[in-house]
Design a protein around this ligand. Sequence first.
Ligand code: SF4
Length: 214
Amino acid sequence: MRVLIIDGYVDEPACLGVPPYMAPYPRYIAGALIEKGVQKEDIIYRTIDRIRTRREPLRFDLYIIIAGMTVPGKYLRASPITLKEINELSHLEGTKIIGGPIRLGFGEEGGSSAKEFSVPGITLAKKDIEAFVYDLMDHKDPASVQHRMRTNSEIGRWAESGTFIITQHPDYPFVLCELETYRGCPRHSHCYFCTEPFYGKPDFREVNDVVREV
Ligand code: SF4
């Protein structure tokens, strides 16, 4: 199986994944695929900017798109994936999955009102995309996969085994890798602009897992 991870970029209050930054999502997904037996050489990472400019032929069995801008960022040399581009990708042969903060809704830019994402031909991972991809490897049919959150022990493993994908980033070796130590927000009342409360109470990773990932 050949897999293409398309980084459409994410920008969340607690996670930036726009070059030169790389979010944890592609690394976790790559690690989940490795654990399911997909070979490293069959897992390709491309940013949407590279796909947009090079127009290389895309022939993969599985396409995994990461997207979602929830804060109004302005970027110097990268442009997040557009709805038009997602529609174009939906016509590719093969299985298409999309996830990340886009599960909360799609807006052309952060800070704009977001609409529920729905594009025929692409399955939205409604919870954690890395868990969805992991389970998809057993089910094959996206419609039969249960949407669920990943566990701390899962990302403890996937974060480490997925680090190889960093070398495929266009800014490597100067890519800045966002490290997740926990997610969620411990406050009783939350800031109006923030999507972190959607992750619930803080969910801390094991210190040794983070150290191994580094
Ligand atoms: S809601 Fe919580 S995580 Fe979000 S900005 Fe406010 S304090 Fe930080």
